[in-house]
Design a protein around this ligand. Structure first.
Ligand SMILES: Cc1ncc(COP(=O)(O)O)c(C=O)c1O
Length: 348
């Protein structure tokens, strides 16, 4: 049977295809070191795992949870924003629990975009912003992230027509894949841009607490006025090593939270209650274990950078996120492609 026309705009997720290849290689006995998705290899702290185990044993844990997430979870998110950023959000109207932030990014695009609209998407970027916009039938205008600008988009360079048609502006700092971090000034400019052009700024921020060298990343919600025009997607995946638990949140602009809630209440029935209660423990409990975890990542980052230096591949030192963005020399890339084709002539 013919699929819906909109399916023509969506390709299987790149990393899903890669994962299939890796499973095949592993099945063939190859030792594969994954350098693709940012999936933490360490477990969450013991007290978070204990909270899950305890909750699983309670009889009231196994039914449906109201759409939007447990009130306790939303309150814990609000407490985290108050403690971490000094930002007051209303847990009832400005927080929506997500089944991992990825679905929230996609669904928000579904809620806002339609043919004729524009999504302003950084380039390079996490693939979901563009995929969701295309699925919604909207146009994508790419905002180049260049090394000479610290991998920050130049909002002043956005063409007036694109700004007029834009409904969503995507930002992501600490950034995947460049590792760049943004000063609060970028968020201040983005909020002003959104106010001028009547659009929503979506800050995808799962790496706010994965930072190095003493750097502390800001939230866009710290900017005065941001709560009217910005929504921040945050996640327990990276901050608390809980990627497989699928715990995320959308925080900020009440209209955006309301739209997400209306859409999602028709699609999912929130996250398993025990996972949400463990999420409460993660957000409100002891945070001191994050510093040694970040120190471990920093050591790994430095090992990668040292290797790249040795190979004469220039790379910036990231102060956050889990990625190193290195410059690959064209002749090396070409010779690697030739070697691949040499070994597997079928790919020619
Ligand atoms: C920039 C960015 N946004 C969102 C996500 C998705 O995170 P989650 O596990 O909360 O769905 C990732 C995961 O790698 C990411 O790198």
């Amino acid at each position: 049977m013919k699929l819906a026309t909109r399916m023509q705009s969506v390709q299987p997720y790149f990393f899903a295809k890669l994962a299939k290849r890796m499973v095949a290689l592993q099945a063939a006995g190859r030792d594969v070191i994954r350098l693709d998705v940012g999936s933490p290899d360490q477990p969450p702290a013991a007290f978070i795992r204990d909270a899950l185990k305890h909750a699983v044993d309670q009889p009231g844990t196994h039914g449906y949870v109201a759409a939007g997430g447990l009130p306790e979870f939303r309150q814990a998110v609000a407490a985290y924003y108050s403690r971490r950023f000094g930002v007051a959000v209303d847990p009832q109207n400005q927080v929506e629990a997500l089944i991992g932030s990825k679905e929230g990014l996609f669904h928000l695009s579904m809620a806002y975009l339609e043919p004729g609209d524009v999504a302003l998407v950084p380039d390079p970027a996490y693939a979901v912003y563009e995929a969701a916009a295309r699925f919604a039938g909207a146009d994508v205008v790419l905002l180049p992230l260049r090394a000479e600008h610290g991998f920050l988009p130049q909002l002043a360079e956005i063409a007036p027509d694109a700004a007029r048609r834009a409904k969503l502006l995507w930002l992501n700092y600490p950034n995947n894949p460049t590792g760049a971090c943004a000063p609060l000034q970028l968020f201040t400019e983005a909020v002003a841009f959104a106010q001028r052009n009547d659009l929503l700024v979506c800050h995808d921020a799962p790496y706010l607490d994965v930072t190095y060298d003493g750097y502390t990343a800001p939230s866009i919600l710290q900017v005065p006025g941001a709560l009217e025009v910005a929504v921040e997607f945050n996640s327990l995946s990276k901050t608390y090593n809980m990627a497989g638990w699928r715990m995320g949140m959308a925080v900020g602009c009440a209209a955006a939270v309301r739209a997400l809630h209306a859409l999602k209440s028709n699609i999912d029935s929130s996250q398993f209650k025990a996972a949400q209660l463990a999420g409460v423990a993660a957000l409100t409990g002891d945070q001191t274990w994050l510093a040694p975890r970040n120190a471990l990542y920093q050591e790994r980052r430095d090992a990668v950078l040292a290797g790249l230096r040795q190979a004469q591949l220039p790379a910036q030192t990231p102060a956050g996120a889990m990625y190193v963005w290195a410059q690959v020399r064209l002749e090396w890339a070409l010779s690697s492609l030739l070697m691949t084709c040499w070994n597997r002539p079928a790919c020619l």
